[in-house]
Write a protein of this length. Structure first.
Length: 268
């Protein structure tokens, strides 16, 4: 028996299969540890620096960082954390006014805007942790935006710690080759490989294990889903979507069967 004929278990299953940030990230212990260590050394240790996190969509980059930031919330209270999704910015240069707004700086234009940010980030004050998700959206002609951002932590008296997340493994080699001329200026690299079949199976089992009662989805079905997704992309979000859709299909079938059952006492 693969499914329980009980409406509430389907609702619970669909809820736990949503791609929210879980309490425990399966198969990402190494990466989570590196992120934690980086924040410990740079933000709490007041050492400016940069980290470039790469990996295909659905490999857990944003989820891992979000989990670490939540876990370290109390420790980071003495610093300023700014998280920007670059996909939401109108253009690469829009990152500067967006950052200025979060830091409470007056609106400036052109080169003056960058100068005022540099002045602020090299003045006395708490450490600033800047997280830029979808960093590849900031690629521009001459890469001036990316160079400016990654060179800020190297300025004398800088208090900026920069963490950039993007899909491309070679963004720093391709777009930021000039940084390699200064080894101290090159960002630390962290790559998230695609999830394996075993890791995806663990993720699905852990999520569905939160649903009370009998298993909603058969173990063999979970392994089949994990095997197919790992062979194509290793995308955990895709595996969660496939399982959630399967639960929805069965829920509709069960609901249809329940509606067609005759009423007790032969009533029409």
């Amino acid at each position: 028996r693969l499914f329980r004929q009980d409406g509430t278990c389907y609702q619970q299953a669909k809820q736990v299969l949503h791609a929210a940030v879980p309490d425990q990230l399966q198969g990402r212990e190494r990466e989570t540890g590196i992120l934690r260590q980086f924040l410990q050394e740079h933000v709490l240790g007041r050492r400016p620096g940069s980290l470039y996190v790469s990996g295909a969509p659905g490999t857990g980059k944003t989820a891992c960082l979000s989990r670490v930031l939540l876990d370290c919330k109390d420790k980071l209270v003495g610093s300023k954390t700014v998280v920007l999704n670059c996909m939401a910015l109108g253009s690469p240069h829009s990152v500067f006014p967006a950052l200025a707004k979060h830091l409470g700086l007056p609106v400036a234009t052109g080169r003056e805007r960058v100068r005022s940010l540099e002045k602020h980030l090299t003045a006395q004050g708490p450490m600033v942790l800047l997280v830029l998700d979808e960093l590849d959206q900031l690629e521009s002609k001459g890469q001036d935006v990316l160079y400016t951002l990654f060179e800020w932590p190297q300025l004398p008296s800088s208090r900026l710690v920069l963490v950039g997340l993007a899909n491309a493994l070679d963004l720093t080699d391709r777009s930021l080759a000039r940084l390699r001329a200064h080894p101290a200026g090159s960002p630390q690299l962290l790559h998230f490989p695609p999830y394996t079949k075993e890791q995806l199976t663990c993720i699905l089992q852990e999520r569905l294990g939160q649903v009370a009662g009998d298993p909603v989805v058969d173990s063999a079905a979970l392994q089949f889903c994990a095997r197919k997704v790992s062979a194509v992309s290793g995308d955990a979000r895709k595996a969660l979507d496939v399982c959630r859709r399967a639960v929805e299909v069965v829920e509709l079938e069960v609901r249809g069967q329940t509606l067609l059952k005759p009423l007790p006492g032969g009533e029409s």
